[in-house]
Design a protein around this ligand. Structure first.
Ligand code: SF4
Ligand code: SF4
Length: 169
């Protein structure tokens, strides 16, 4: 079993970024059928190779975008009001999104575990957003290309998807 090393994935992402970005651009524009099936296959293959508990880079370096519902749920769990929680941990960024004020995330616990896992923000449960009906839109919006060097699972997922699409062509 190989030891997980985030920097190895990061270097690989930088090396392959141009080719993978061009692939994602094509996928985003294409209208061929079957992409969601290929996405599901790539998703399965990627999670066989990468474990989030070895990594936690998203919790260390990125921030989720919060909905009001997320804030209400988490504040209630912490016995805080919406305002108390917001003032302590959050701010509104340049895109008008509600995000954490600092990194790593305040809820990242020991062994890379999320201490509010069951009630974490919806953005965290969905991340890195592979299997979704608007996959092509996300590809066009650069969701995956922007995460290539930040999220090892995204890198492996896009590599696998490229292999699968080329195999099926
Ligand atoms: S989602 Fe990506 S960045 Fe986050 S822990 Fe998993 S592999 Fe790492
Ligand atoms: S809430 Fe949990 S899953 Fe989301 S960023 Fe924080 S530690 Fe990670």
């Amino acid at each position: 079993m190989t030891t997980f090393k985030y920097t190895t994935y990061q270097r690989r992402a930088w090396r392959k970024k141009k080719k993978l970005a061009s692939f994602l651009r094509k996928v985003g524009k294409s209208t061929t059928k079957g992409i969601l099936k290929q996405v599901a296959e790539a998703d399965k293959a990627a999670w066989k190779e990468v474990s989030c508990l070895d990594c936690a880079n998203c919790c260390k370096k990125m921030t989720p975008t919060y909905t009001r519902k997320d804030i209400n749920r988490i504040a209630k769990h912490l016995k805080m009001t919406y305002k108390q929680y917001f003032d302590k941990y959050l701010h509104i960024d340049d895109n008008k999104d509600i995000v954490n004020t600092s990194t790593p995330c305040q809820f990242l616990g020991k062994d890379h575990k999320c201490t509010i896992y069951a009630i974490r923000p919806d953005d965290c449960s969905g991340f890195p957003h592979f299997v979704r009906n608007d996959f092509r839109y996300q590809a066009r919006e650069k969701t995956y290309v922007n995460n290539l060097a930040l999220c090892p699972a995204t890198l492996v997922f896009v590599e696998k998807l490229k292999e699968i699409v080329e195999r099926d062509n």
